[in-house]
Design a protein around this ligand. Structure first.
Ligand code: PGA
Length: 249
């Protein structure tokens, strides 16, 4: 019912030549795996180059998005600009945006709504810091991020939104959440979605896990009841490791 979704987040990496080669390789694997969806999120500057090689099945996403259609917003990229470059999805509220660039839930909600209004599917990232987990505040943090991130968002089609649980302490650290930690958080997210929306929205919305996902741990994570895919940073930057993640069993 929930088609597995693997998203490669390239962050601020790769030259244009490297981007083209990696996207070409990922497109081949995506074409060979019809039972799952594969997405890559290159830097803005590589979108046009990569678009030419993604083919029919590899989905293009951006790493962030401005909320207005156009205007005086130096440094921002609008939803129609991303659509024009072939993007169908966009990451919103990534922990690096929240913690390095101080984007708050209100701004993330603006970005998410702007993206949805222009027909982009947002991948809303949420996750607690280590201090928040140790203080027993994980679920409260997730709840606030979800309630505020989805403020004023009506959802009648589950295909219009993807959620991503990414514990901040697991991102780029090699320290993956345990299966029990991941499942507990994902179950909580789904329960909250069912409180906010129709039950069928909660049961059909895909919830990705992110944070040091790699070739060695993907199978175990994908076996969890409420994990529907992965948001992959480091392991998406090499063709072999990303292919193994896509081909999870
Ligand atoms: P990581 O990054 O896989 O390198 O931990 C994941 C992410 O930031 O989305």
């Amino acid at each position: 019912m929930r088609v597995p979704l693997i998203v490669g987040n390239w962050k601020m990496h790769l030259s244009l030549d490297e981007a083209e080669a990696l996207a070409t390789a990922a497109a081949k694997v995506a074409a060979d795996c019809p039972d799952r969806e594969v997405v890559i999120a290159p830097p803005f500057t590589a979108l046009a180059t990569v678009r030419a090689v993604v083919g029919e099945r590899l989905i293009l996403a951006a790493q962030n998005v401005g909320w207005a259609k156009k205007g005086a917003f130096t440094g921002e990229i609008s939803p129609p600009m991303l659509r024009e470059l072939g993007c169908r999805m966009v990451i919103v509220g990534h922990s690096e945006r929240r913690h390095i660039f101080h984007e708050d839930n209100r701004m993330i909600n603006q970005r998410l709504r702007g993206a949805m209004q222009q027909g982009l599917v947002p991948i809303l990232c949420i996750g607690e810091t280590l201090a928040e987990r140790e203080a027993g505040r994980t679920m409260a943090v997730l709840e606030a991020q979800i309630r505020q991130g989805l403020n004023q968002v009506t959802l009648s089609d589950p295909a219009r939104l993807v959620m991503a649980y990414e514990p901040v302490w697991a991102i780029g650290t090699g320290q993956t959440a345990t299966p029990a930690q991941a499942q507990e958080a994902h179950k909580f997210v789904r329960r909250l979605l069912s409180a906010l929306y129709e039950k069928n929205i909660a049961t059909t919305t895909r919830i990705l896990y992110g944070g040091s996902v790699n070739a060695a741990n993907i199978d175990e994570l994908m076996a969890l009841a409420d994990v529907d895919g992965a948001l992959v940073g480091g392991a998406s930057l090499a063709a072999e490791s990303f292919e193994r993640v896509i081909r999870f069993v």
